[in-house]
Design a protein around this ligand. Structure first.
Ligand SMILES: NC(=O)C1=CN([C@@H]2O[C@H](COP(=O)(O)OP(=O)(O)OC[C@H]3O[C@@H](n4cnc5c(N)ncnc54)[C@H](OP(=O)(O)O)[C@@H]3O)[C@@H](O)[C@H]2O)C=CC1
Ligand SMILES: CC(=O)[C@@H](O)[C@H](O)COP(=O)(O)O
Ligand SMILES: [Mn+2]
Length: 385
């Protein structure tokens, strides 16, 4: 089997560091060629010493200079968006893991696709903001987009059980987050610390807050729409608090295929790297007797309106999903900075989406403009809170 040559965009984050665990566990099959992140100097220095990339990138110029000083001749450090572009399109690389957080992942992912790289996609915001452009570009360049997000990896694997035209619906599972079962009244009193304590997954702060508002599941519905070319009406959500069934596919004959596994992102990351093969797992195995009872329930769209708003934005299409995403990113940052309450997030998204007139089939420039103006408009709404 040919060794895969990898570029990791977002190597210092939750997905990035777990991807490096997978690579360390499979040294014959996987090799790091480029590492990229924003400003985490000492962690990146450690990663360079362990994985010996051809070069590394920190987009923050000051951090990049400090890192270059630290690692000396051992590795060249590039910076800025030019550094990211160079990483995403680097000749010897065949697979790019898109594991940066947020809209910032869009341009390098498009760059990697244009350079013909296979994409292992964790960065869901990329597909939410510009799914039509990303998928079209992937088609044009003959590029495979392999899902890393646990639900989408589960659907990708379950789809092997039948043909595309035989699929009746996709069923995304959601843990329900730390506030599952809370009433709207109870949600007024939740704290940042509670929000950052996900019941099942240890993830970066942005996706953890999104899980607590259920905006994450809304983003994932849009991600599934683009990845699997399914209409919104054929994508359902069920709450599954144990997060062991990662998602399901129902076929026309009533058969339902589910994918199960440990709540460990190294498994779907490894599958995206190993596909179409599978490598042995070095991270443990699911014990269903120990897991015990698996339960399922309907989502509460009244208590968690961000999910309903995301699905509405997805159905409206055009620039609406990009606007949903940009507003949500600004709100989550403001919430993490202690500027707004948890219960300010969904009403702010509703205000911004109400005022937005979607442009259909937007170009990349129109997407970038919608993202920028939404960030400014959202700040103005937040100033009044
Ligand atoms: N964590 C998880 O388990 C899961 C995550 N995802 C998705 O994967 C993506 C990454 O999530 P996660 O790993 O949790 O996020 P983290 O916040 O843990 O890590 C984000 C990474 O992106 C880098 N980064 C941030 N901004 C920039 C930028 N402007 N330019 C270059 N690099 C940047 C960070 O670098 P630095 O450290 O230097 O700031 C860091 O390496 C998200 O889209 C998330 O929704 C999906 C499923 C599960
Ligand atoms: C691990 C992963 O894929 C996350 O996106 C996860 O889905 C978050 O859990 P929720 O189901 O609570 O959103
Ligand atoms: Mn997920």
């Amino acid at each position: 089997m040919k060794q895969k040559q990898l570029c990791i965009l977002g190597s210092t984050g939750s997905i990035g560091t777990q991807a490096l665990d997978v690579i360390a566990a499979n040294p014959e099959e996987l090799r790091v060629r480029v590492l990229a992140a924003h400003g985490s100097v000492s962690l990146m220095a450690d990663q360079i010493r362990r994985f010996h990339p051809d070069f590394a990138v920190l987009t923050d110029a000051t951090a990049a200079r400090t890192l270059q000083h630290l690692v000396g001749k051992e590795c060249d450090i590039l910076s800025g968006i030019d550094g990211l572009r160079a990483a995403a399109s680097y000749g010897p690389v065949d697979t790019v893991l898109a594991a940066m957080v947020g809209y910032a992942g869009l341009e390098p992912t498009l760059g990697a696709i244009a350079a013909g790289k296979t994409i292992a996609l964790a960065n869901k915001e990329t597909l939410v903001a510009a799914g039509h452009l990303v998928m079209e570009s992937a088609r044009q360049h003959g590029v495979q987009i392999l899902p890393v997000d646990s639900e989408h990896s589960a659907i990708f694997q379950s789809l092997r059980g039948g043909r595309k035209e035989e699929v009746r619906r996709l069923i995304l599972t959601a843990s329900g987050g730390p506030f599952r079962g809370y009433t709207r009244e109870q949600l007024h009193h939740v704290t940042r610390e509670q929000c950052l304590h996900h019941p099942n997954w240890n993830m970066g702060p942005k996706v953890t807050v999104d899980s607590a508002t259920l905006a994450n599941k809304g983003l994932e519905v849009m991600e599934a729409h683009w990845l699997f070319d399914m209409p919104y009406e054929a994508i359902d959500i069920i709450i599954h608090p144990q997060s062991l069934v990662h998602s399901l596919v129902e076929f026309c004959d009533g058969s339902v295929m589910a994918q199960m596994g440990l709540t460990d992102m190294r498994l779907p990351i490894q599958y995206a790297f190993s596909w179409p093969a599978r490598y042995d797992c070095a991270f443990g195995h699911l014990d269903l007797v120990r897991a015990g009872t698996l339960t399922f329930e309907a989502p509460d769209l009244d208590a968690f309106p961000a999910l309903r708003l995301a699905i509405e934005a997805g159905k409206a299409g055009g620039t609406a999903p990009c606007v949903f995403n940009a507003c949500n990113e600004v709100c989550v940052q403001a919430f993490l900075a202690g500027r707004i309450a948890y219960t300010d997030i969904a009403p702010t998204i509703a205000t911004i989406l109400d005022a937005h007139k979607p442009i259909s089939h937007p170009s990349l420039e129109e997407i970038a403009a919608a993202d920028q103006s939404t960030r400014i408009d959202t700040e103005q709404v937040l100033q009044k809170i």
